[in-house]
Design a binder for this molecule. Structure first.
Ligand code: NDP
Length: 326
């Protein structure tokens, strides 16, 4: 038997609790992974609270991320004892996920744990950090160079934002952090931000074209923030949009795109193919230091996961929540 966080829902009845399950209850898959650590991402918080219809079938073990060790495999690419990471692919939404001591998964979904990290460090990064890697890769591949000007990171104190700041700083960029938490200025500067701005400056409706400021933008919040960031992006600059912490709306105009040649990249981590995943993990392995990971991490137990989910949705959490499932 093993422990798992299980969400049950039937009509108006909903329960989220740690339960004891048998291995033969796990869904199908070629690889059985003994999970060391999982995380609580924004999406996990939506699944756990039921605030948005993230879960596609019940009962569901949430957890879109996990890191652990292969215990059984009928996939020739994976052998017993291999250390692996999983991010996304609908795991924790439509297939039982990482907030459990065991997961059975498709071999296609796994990435080899980079040598630079242990399984806990991989989960400090998690989907949020891997998505930050995809965002930074998009800006770098666009051709934005460190000397081109300031790069804005929104939702800065969150998981995506924190890791994006650290990645951009190591790559040599001048990073400006947009945050609602003025009290976290020292934290954001310790990660690599050269200055911070109050997110209120970006979060209301603004003009379609504003003073050019940003060479690039990593946006985790959407809404008016993303619209204003587009309006402030410099000629031929680029934005990587990955999140909706403020809003799913995009109340913008085409002006920055057709008059300044601005490019807006959409970033999806869930179904991203293996090549960009491996590229993002390689950037993280190269550019994120162990002390940075410790600075962003808060460790919790499986039993504490349901209690913190509402705080995640309220934007009260700084950095990354790591769940020791054992
Ligand atoms: P977190 O909850 O860790 O961080 C979100 C941050 O956004 C908060 O810490 C806060 O930062 C800011 N924020 C919260 N509410 C608001 C608001 N109303 N207006 C403006 N800013 C706000 O989430 P993650 O970093 O894990 O994820 C960020 C977003 O990215 C989420 O929307 C998530 O769903 C999405 N995401 C998308 C992925 C993809 O594949 N596209 C993958 C991973 C995440 P501060 O207080 O510093 O302003």
């Amino acid at each position: 038997m093993f422990k798992a966080l299980l969400i049950n829902q039937s009509g108006d009845d909903r329960s989220v609790q740690v339960e004891s399950l048998a291995p033969d209850q796990l869904p199908e898959g070629e690889v059985l992974v003994r999970v060391d650590y999982s995380t609580i991402n924004y999406k996990d918080a939506l699944a756990i609270t039921g605030a948005a219809p993230v879960v596609r079938s019940y009962p569901m073990v949430p957890g879109i991320d996990l890191a652990g060790v292969v215990e059984e495999s009928s996939d020739e690419r994976w052998g017993v004892g291999d250390k692996v990471v999983l991010n996304g692919w609908g795991v924790g939404e439509g297939h039982w996920g990482g907030l459990a001591q065991y997961a059975r998964l498709r071999g296609d979904w796994l990435v080899a744990l980079p040598d630079a990290f242990d399984t806990r460090q991989a989960m400090i990064i998690g989907t949020a950090g891997y998505t930050a890697g995809l965002c930074v890769d998009a800006l770098v591949n666009h051709g934005i160079a460190p000397g081109d000007g300031e790069v804005l990171v929104t939702g800065a104190s969150g998981g995506v934002g924190s890791i994006a700041i650290a990645l951009l700083k190591t790559a040599g960029y001048d990073v400006v952090a947009s945050t609602g938490k003025a009290s976290e200025e020292a934290y954001l500067k310790s990660l690599g931000a050269s200055s911070i701005i109050d997110r209120a400056e970006l979060s209301e409706a603004g003009k379609p074209m504003q003073r050019e400021r940003w060479a690039g933008v990593v946006d985790a919040v959407g809404g008016f923030t993303l619209a204003n960031a587009c309006a402030q992006t410099r000629y031929r600059g680029a934005l990587a949009a990955c999140g909706l912490a403020q809003s799913m709306d995009f109340p913008a105009s085409v002006a920055p795109f057709i008059l300044r040649g601005v490019t807006l990249y959409g970033i999806d981590s869930v179904m991203a193919p293996l090549a960009p995943r491996e590229q993002a993990w390689a950037r993280l392995a190269r550019d994120i230091k162990a002390d940075t990971l410790e600075a962003v991490a808060t460790d919790i137990t499986l039993g504490e996961a349901p209690g913190v989910a509402a705080d995640v949705l309220a934007g009260k959490i700084k950095g990354r929540l790591v769940v020791d499932v054992n």
